[in-house]
Design a protein around this ligand. Structure first.
Ligand code: ADP
Ligand code: TYD
Length: 209
């Protein structure tokens, strides 16, 4: 497969979306052909799913949640990510399969083996070339999420989770970083936006050659 697949990960409020917007603007300004997307909700079907199981007050069974994230991803890989990579484009996604390992694995407690099987099924084995993990403390995340709720953004079910939940999610991301240092880069997300942007740009330009 041609193209490059880059994913952004982090606990909620880590600044991924802010950095993704800045990076995409900068790369497009340099004439790089890229697609930005997200999970869940990168396709029309995914947006329906997202509304149904994430932007709801209904209690969703953990297994249903795991399978719905996988369904969103299967559609996303098949109809958006794979065709774009095959056309030689750069794809940058706000979250992908590592989020399932962190949130449904460490957060909800599904076995690693189950998680890996479901990820393999949904993605057909497609892995990112590069993943940037924006690392912030759980306290900073919770503060940013509550500021965000006071402003523009719609809350989702995950935003109400406990500090322990986010602590487990963050630990799992850091374990992935330790296992896959070539692909998975940890970036300190606690500094000023512009400084983080410079670090991101340098790593991504290097990866794009
Ligand atoms: P995510 O997509 O990871 O949930 P956002 O980019 O939406 O995170 O950022 C969450 C909140 O934190 C937003 O209100 C955003 O303006 C703010 N924010 C983002 N990056 C920083 C930063 N480096 N320092 C302080 N606040 C930030
Ligand atoms: P979103 O509003 O996109 O949050 P953020 O801007 O912080 O990424 O909501 C996505 C939520 O879904 C977020 O809490 C992480 C969670 N999630 C999972 O639990 N598993 C997954 O596989 C994915 C892709 C997301």
């Amino acid at each position: 497969m041609q193209g490059k697949f880059i994913t952004f990960e982090g606990i909620d409020g880590s600044g991924k979306s802010t950095q993704l917007r800045m990076l995409a603007g900068e790369l497009r300004g340099r004439g790089i052909d890229l697609i930005t997307t997200c999970e869940p909700g990168g396709t029309p079907l995914g947006r329906h799913l997202r509304q149904a199981f994430l932007e709801t007050e209904e209690t969703v069974a953990p297994l249903a949640e795991l399978l719905l994230f996988a369904a969103d991803r299967a559609q996303h890989v098949e109809f958006l990510i794979k065709p774009a990579l095959e056309a030689g484009r750069v794809v940058i996604s706000d979250r992908y399969a590592d989020a399932t390992a962190a949130y449904q694995g460490a957060g909800r407690g599904f076995e690693r083996e189950t998680i890996n099987e479901i990820i393999q099924l949904a993605t057909g084995g497609l892995k990112p070339d590069l993943t940037l993990f924006f690392d912030i403390s759980v306290e900073t995340a919770i503060r940013r999420m509550s500021d965000r709720h006071d402003s523009e953004t719609k809350a989702n079910r995950m935003d109400g989770e406990t500090a322990d939940f986010y602590g487990s999610v963050r630990d799992e991301y850091l374990q992935i970083a330790a296992r896959e240092p070539g692909r998975f880069k940890v970036i300190d997300g606690g500094g000023p936006v512009e400084e983080i942007h410079s670090v991101v740009l340098e790593i991504v330009l290097k990866a794009l050659g």
